[in-house]
Design a protein around this ligand. Structure first.
Ligand code: DP6
Length: 369
């Protein structure tokens, strides 16, 4: 019995979420309270997910963390706050109490391993996904995802066939130059637009976005999504010194989306960018094949390159000549590395199958001494 209680382990998976009304800036850094509310779409874990295993044992001599197999620093204050909560909850799950010495105990050290199946720190809300996993066990560091999960029930986007997908312009896992935590702090300190946005813009937009979603108004949803992404990046530019997350390719794709919508006379695709250059496009299922073909024609993939369209299958489409003439620019070969086609999906999941733990019975990542 004592042996059995020596190690407790739990594994969960969490999705990537993409904000359509963006959060940028904290009013309380310790509690991680945002200056304004935000609203996100949860993407499907079949294409993008983070898996995290947390283990606690009296045999561990220190807290340890492995990110994608590499050992990393456990000193980050947010991680430390999460670890405290993990300990508290692990103890509770085992029915122990603070005085109880045999079950999991508050002083036990914790090992955490987390793995993404997508590039980390490239503006794909990767840290949020990692913390959301820990968020299964704690309340800090994970509010953004909880927001998304809470919003999802009323969203119903898979029912109405909203398909969202990533354009992966040079999704290289390239780390962004200014991390979001530091970047947003500089924005809070220096940007008058951020203040105006939080006070006068976001509350109205949030209500309007909820209405578009309830009414299944894709055009309204798409237009507001694009406007909010643009205002977030304007806030970055209004920060002093300015922060640039978009690159030339991001701007090419923005222009392409607007030409595509103008040609059709309505909003058929909507782009959004988080703190990085990767584009997320929202579109309805009936437009996916056509827009993917437009992207393929605009940014012809290298002949022997990686698979250009990944994730969910995309049908083929032939483009009318007048669409090509109006929308497709001078092609820029190889600029977009790949497109990942995905859809909205469920929130964090607890995995029951012990074979899916990222840590072995010794509390170390598999295959490590
Ligand atoms: C641009 O969640 O990465 O994606 O709270 O400091 O970890 P921290 O920042 P992070 O910032 C996300 C900002 C955003 C917009 C959003 O997701 O709402």
């Amino acid at each position: 019995m004592a042996e059995e209680r020596a190690l407790a382990m739990v594994t969960c998976t969490a999705p990537v979420n993409i904000a359509v009304i963006k959060y940028w800036g904290k009013r309380d850094n310790d509690l991680i309270l945002p200056i304004n509310s935000s609203l996100s779409v949860t993407l499907h874990q079949d294409q993008l997910k983070t898996t995290t295993t947390a283990a606690a044992s009296r045999d561990f001599t220190e807290d340890r963390l492995w990110l994608n197999g590499e050992e990393a620093d456990v000193g980050h204050p947010r991680l430390q706050a999460c670890l405290r909560e993990v300990r508290r909850l692990a103890r509770k799950r085992r029915g122990g109490s603070a005085e109880d010495s045999s079950p999991l105990n508050l002083s036990y050290k914790i090992h955490i391993a987390t793995e993404n199946n997508f590039p980390t720190a490239a503006g794909l809300a990767s840290s949020a996904a990692g913390y959301a996993c820990l968020g299964f066990l704690c309340r800090r560091g994970c509010w953004a995802l909880e927001w998304a999960a809470g919003a999802q029930g009323g969203f119903g986007c898979s029912e109405r066939g909203v398909t969202s997908w990533f354009l992966g312009p040079k999704v290289s896992g390239e780390k962004k130059q200014v991390g979001s935590t530091a970047g947003m702090q500089t924005s809070v300190d220096t940007s008058p637009l951020l203040k105006h946005r939080a006070e006068a813009v976001v509350p109205e937009r949030l209500a309007l976005m909820m209405r578009h979603i309830r009414e299944r108004d894709f055009e309204g949803f798409g237009q507001l999504t694009m406007r909010d992404s643009n205002q977030f990046h304007a806030t970055c530019l209004d920060t002093f010194p300015p922060i640039f997350y978009l690159n030339d390719l991001s701007r090419h794709i923005i222009a392409l989306a607007h030409r595509f919508n103008a040609h059709h006379g309505r909003t058929k695709v909507a782009y959004t960018f988080d703190a990085g250059p990767n584009t997320v496009i929202f579109t309805l299922a009936d437009t996916v094949a056509e827009f993917v073909e437009v992207v393929r024609r605009s940014f012809p993939p290298a002949a022997n390159g990686d698979q250009f369209v990944r994730g969910l299958p995309v049908g083929s489409a032939s483009l009318p000549e007048e669409l090509v003439a109006a929308v497709v620019p001078e092609p820029v070969p190889g600029a977009v590395r790949y497109i990942l086609h995905t859809q909205p999906g469920p929130g964090p999941q607890l995995l029951d199958d012990p074979s899916q733990h990222l840590l072995g019975a010794d509390g170390l990542p598999h295959g490590r001494p």
